[in-house]
Design a protein around this ligand. Structure first.
Ligand SMILES: Nc1nc2c([nH]c(=O)n2[C@@H]2O[C@H](COP(=O)(O)OP(=O)(O)OP(=O)(O)O)[C@@H](O)[C@H]2O)c(=O)[nH]1
Length: 135
């Protein structure tokens, strides 16, 4: 069986209180109810920044500006592997309401609270990088 290779982009969005936006995967998705950096799969031929803006619009109805890439990692899940890039982003309207269109829930989380949430295995490096930023 050939393994699936999936290109994934995620957003690191910080609010004016210094908290980061994390979203919860739906109960019916793969990795159900885990928390993650909002984002998703990049479609064939699509640019990362375009894919990321599209995903946030589809998942939460918000517009973002995509800034620099802050992390790049590969992770092998049992049946597929991902090439995962995280970009620092900004909400185009900081007061925009976050809708749960394709996410189960969302939270703005302080770094010291991140440990209370369960993330997919592929996020370990991003979380380590974030906690490192704190020092
Ligand atoms: N958006 C996002 N996806 C992540 C993160 N960490 C991580 O392993 N992923 C994985 O990257 C893929 C993202 O695709 P997606 O969430 O758009 O997937 P989907 O609903 O189409 O996927 P599915 O068919 O696997 O349910 C998933 O397999 C997800 O588990 C993360 O922090 N953010």
């Amino acid at each position: 069986m050939t393994r699936r290779h999936v290109r994934v982009v995620g957003a690191m969005l910080q609010n004016e209180m210094g908290r980061y936006l994390i979203t919860q995967r739906p109960p019916t998705a793969s990795l159900p109810l885990l928390w993650e950096f909002p984002g998703g799969r990049v479609e064939e031929g699509e640019h990362d920044a375009v894919a990321l803006a599209r995903e946030l619009q589809e998942e939460m109805g918000v517009r973002i500006q995509v800034l620099e890439q802050v992390m790049h990692t590969h992770h092998e899940y049992p049946t597929y592997d991902i090439d995962f890039r995280v970009f620092r982003c900004r909400l185009s309207d900081p007061d925009a309401e976050i809708h749960h269109l394709r996410v189960h829930d969302h939270r703005w989380v302080a770094l010291e609270e991140m440990g209370q949430y369960r993330f997919p295995d592929a996020d370990a490096k991003t979380l380590a990088r974030l906690l490192d930023l704190d020092h």
